[in-house]
Design a protein around this ligand. Structure first.
Ligand code: 5GP
Ligand code: ZN
Length: 145
């Protein structure tokens, strides 16, 4: 299992947190992972959950989230290699199931989706619990991502 980490560089809302326990208590994605607050879940296992983004930037906008609290992609290390690989391999499967799948057949490529990790303030990260955006569906999309 990947180890939980409070990370090194979170800003709000974790800036004032004093302990890992406090951080986890205040993390929206930890609360979704534990079931403390609801989300439209599309997948879950021992390592990961996936659910619809509350403010979708595309017709299909999923978030793939590890259950372990890892603040950012930059906080990952070798111990997270399998977890990150699992997230990336799950993305096309969930996209396919949720209406954003990619096909490449005799007619050429069609469909498809975008995968995105935002990291830190300049990366546009708002929630400091690692997550992979999976966005798809017919364009144009509303969002700027
Ligand atoms: P970030 O900017 O950190 O990469 O993306 C965070 C994403 O989490 C945003 O797209 C935002 O809409 C989504 N989000 C924030 N709070 C909630 C929530 O309570 N539930 C769900 N489902 N999505 C959320
Ligand atoms: Zn968390």
């Amino acid at each position: 299992m990947p180890r939980a980490s409070a990370g090194t560089g979170p800003t709000k809302p974790l800036q004032t947190a004093g302990s890992l326990e406090t951080i986890l208590d205040n993390c929206i994605f930890c609360k979704i992972a534990s079931g403390a607050i609801p989300a439209k879940k599309v997948y879950e296992d021992d390592d990961l959950i996936a659910f619809h983004d509350i403010n979708p930037a595309a017709p299909m906008h999923l978030l793939l989230v590890p259950r372990a609290h890892i603040a950012t992609l930059a906080d990952c290390d070798d111990s997270h290699q399998a977890l990150l690989g699992k997230m990336l391999l799950l993305a096309p499967k969930l996209a396919q199931e949720q209406g954003g799948g990619y096909q490449n057949n005799a007619d050429g490529p069609a469909g498809g989706f975008k995968t995105l990790f935002n990291t830190g303030p300049d990366g546009g990260q708002e929630v400091y619990h690692l997550h992979l955006h999976v966005m798809g569906g017919a364009r144009p999309w509303r969002g700027q991502r």
